[in-house]
Design a protein around this ligand. Structure first.
Ligand SMILES: [Zn+2]
Length: 118
């Protein structure tokens, strides 16, 4: 499953980060997954909780932001929302549409729990 390998690599990245920061637990993760990124957020959440089991990331709360897709017409320059790849320009019907956003997939921020005071 596609989302499972993504979940595993996120867990891996975050664990490395947590160790770097002194082995604190990670309590929250903000992800940005564009609507055109080809990743199913619900499925990713599910895989993530499985992948994170027994790691420093186990209790992290996953927050996913899903920016809409945006296309730009190569003929008339018009920008418009797109919900998938093969979009047609609503202005001139051109198919020369470049996707300008909505494909992003990144870890926006992580929250590391401070272990001081334990
Ligand atoms: Zn156009």
């Amino acid at each position: 499953m596609h989302e499972m390998s993504i979940a595993l690599s996120i867990v891996e990245t975050l664990e490395a980060k947590a160790r770097e920061e002194g082995a604190g637990r990670i309590s929250g993760i903000d992800l940005v997954i564009g609507k055109l990124a080809g990743i199913e957020p619900e499925s990713l959440k599910f895989c993530f909780s499985a992948a994170a089991k027994g790691t420093l990331v186990e209790e992290a709360v996953l927050v996913i932001e899903e920016p809409e897709g945006l296309g730009e017409c190569g003929e008339c320059g018009r920008k418009f929302p797109v919900s998938f790849y093969y979009a047609e320009c609503p202005g001139c019907r051109s198919l020369r549409v470049k996707i300008v956003s909505g494909e992003e997939f990144l870890i926006q921020s992580i929250t590391i729990e401070d272990q001081e005071g334990e």
